[in-house]
Design a protein around this ligand. Structure first.
Ligand code: NAI
Length: 242
């Protein structure tokens, strides 16, 4: 059994990833920031399907809190190092740059890109010692193409793509792979304000994706079967952009 950490696992894509990784026999640590009820629901769903997991509550954007809580967990569980890390926690605060307040910029960068640093920094060392690891960063079409109204989010996701490619080269020799997965439009609370009927006309598969479909791809990259894939950005967007 491997230990997996999924950040932002209380709902949406993170929840489906947690469920899928648990169904494949991994012990899943569900990170979440504040929603105890939804995080407990994810854990309950894992247990209902016969899997194992636990909750790990911290704000990935808060370095001090991440150091304290995740750092403590790693220190106290040296026998069961985290070997699969899915950096999924993310937020968007869309507005044109001319209207963008510094809080909109900082919070999106701190969560999406800062969260990658704060969490991965802790998890990578035990992976290097064990000579095995899978780091999977959930990025976005926005980080590849750039989308208007998302200068902050595009920058954060593009930054994470750069970090993915650089880290992959640092740790490959030690059996650790680092990849990014770039979803297009996926049906979650994050996209519920978007006009699906209009946007789907732009998508060759003519629909938004499901969180479960992203989880299937993550599970493959998280498994031993993906052993020769690293430094990649894998699109999952119904053909919208490639
Ligand atoms: P969501 O809003 O349903 O889920 C995001 C989760 O991250 C929430 O549970 C939220 O509480 C958590 N989170 C946010 N800030 C956090 C923090 N500071 N610390 C810990 N947890 C935090 O959104 P969704 O759609 O499930 O998004 C998951 C990931 O997929 C995000 O990184 C998002 O940017 C990315 N993505 C989503 C797309 C979509 O169409 N839904 C498209 C492309 C990328």
């Amino acid at each position: 059994m491997r230990y997996a950490l999924v950040t932002g696992g209380a709902r949406g894509i993170g929840r489906e990833i947690a469920l899928k990784l648990a169904s494949e026999g991994n012990f899943v640590l569900i990170n979440y920031r504040s929603n105890d009820e939804e995080a407990n629901r994810t854990l309950h769903m894992i247990k209902e399907q016969g899997g194992q997991g636990a909750l790990l509550k911290f704000d990935v954007a808060n370095r001090e809190e991440t150091d304290r809580i995740l750092g403590h967990w790693i220190e106290a569980n040296k026998e069961t190092p985290i070997q699969i890390l899915v950096n999924n926690a993310g937020i968007r605060k869309d507005t044109l740059l001319i209207m963008m307040g510094s809080e909109d910029w900082d919070s999106v960068l701190d969560t999406n890109l800062g969260g990658f640093y704060n969490v991965t920094k802790h998890v990578i060392s035990p992976m290097l010692v064990k000579k095995y690891g899978r780091v999977i960063n959930i990025v976005s079409l926005s980080g590849l193409k750039g989308l208007p109204g998302q200068v902050n989010y595009s920058a954060a996701k593009a930054g994470t793509i750069g970090a993915t490619k650089a880290l992959a080269q640092e740790v490959g020799r030690r059996g650790v792979t680092v990849n990014a997965i770039a979803p297009g439009f996926i049906k979650t609370e994050m996209t519920q304000d978007l006009k699906e009927d209009e946007l789907k006309k732009l998508i060759p598969l003519n629909r938004f994706g499901e969180a479960k479909e992203v989880a299937e791809l993550v599970a493959f990259i998280a498994s031993e079967k993906s052993s020769y894939i690293t430094g990649e950005v894998i699109n999952i967007n119904g053909g919208l952009y490639s």
